[in-house]
Each structure stands twice: as C-alpha cells, then as structure tokens.
Design a protein around this ligand. Structure first.
Ligand code: NI
Length: 159
C-alpha cells in the first residue's frame, strides 16, 4: 500500500494533456494500486493520474466504496440529460461549486488488463466520469462552476 501525494491546483501538471497508455506494465499496475490507496485514504470518489503527478490517461473511480473501476484511455461516447449539483476535487481541498453535467454518460475504456469495456453511469457516477476524464485534458471543474466557489464542510464528498 502506498499513498501518493495529491497535487493541488496551481501545480502545472494539472493543466497538461495526458498521454494514452499503449501497454500495461508493472509500473502502471503499481500506479493503479497506489491510486486506489490514495483515493480511499482521501475519502474521494475518483482520482485521475495527473492528480498524482503522472501524465497518463488513467482514472480510478469508486462512488460507493464497493464498485472500483479503472478507466484507461477513457472516451465518453454518449451523454444524455442534465444534472446540476455540488462538485469538489481532491486537488482543491475545502472548496466546492455548482456544476451542470449530463445525467447519463456512456464511456469506452480499457481495464487493467487492457481489455476494452463500456461503463455506463447515471447521477454521481456520470458526474464523476466527466470530472475525471476532464483531468486527463488538464481541465479542472472550476472552469464550469456556476456562481461562486464555496467553502466545503464535507471533505468526504470531494472527488
Ligand atoms: Ni478532481
């Protein structure tokens, strides 16, 4: 188990476009395990590789604490509906803001064995997929916040 340091907003690594993963390696397997350890330790629901300083298109998500997903080279291929709600980010601790996202998202990705799969999500999972995929293109949710960024009293809800 290894907890990696989470980069915070202002760190340039969070503004970069990440590179696709073309093959699974032992290093990447370790990275994925460390990302889950870091996610669970921080109480978040999703974490993208650039948040731990690695510019690769890898995301880990677990919105219930029992449904871990690894998304490698994820691509959102379909969205529907709309949801408006508070969003936070482990790279911007103590803050949250209102963001409108699709209520349904269909995402194509590769798993930790580089096998393609499809992940469909609604509500929080859909929000989380959108938020994490944007990290891979150097985009923070703050770019979408409607109104003011607020102080968060519930760090366990941060993504
Ligand atoms: Ni985030």
């Amino acid at each position: 188990m290894a907890i990696r340091k989470i980069r915070v907003m202002g760190d340039r690594v969070l503004t970069k476009k990440c590179r696709p993963v073309d093959e699974m390696t032992d290093r990447i397997k370790i990275l994925i395990n460390d990302m889950f350890d870091t996610l669970y330790e921080s109480g978040g629901v999703g974490l993208a590789a650039p948040q731990v300083g690695v510019l690769k298109r890898i995301v880990v998500i677990d919105v219930t604490g029992e449904d871990p997903y690894v998304l490698i080279n994820p691509k959102i291929v379909e969205t529907a509906g709309e949801q408006c709600g508070m969003e936070g980010c482990l790279s911007l601790p103590g803050k949250m803001g209102e963001v409108t996202r699709p209520n349904y998202v269909k995402c194509e990705a590769f798993n930790e064995n580089m096998e393609p799969f499809v992940l469909e999500g609604e509500e929080l999972l859909a929000r989380c997929i959108c938020h994490e995929c944007e990290h891979l293109d150097g985009i923070m949710y703050t770019e979408h916040v409607e109104g003011e960024l607020l102080d968060s009293m519930a760090p366990e809800e941060e993504e």
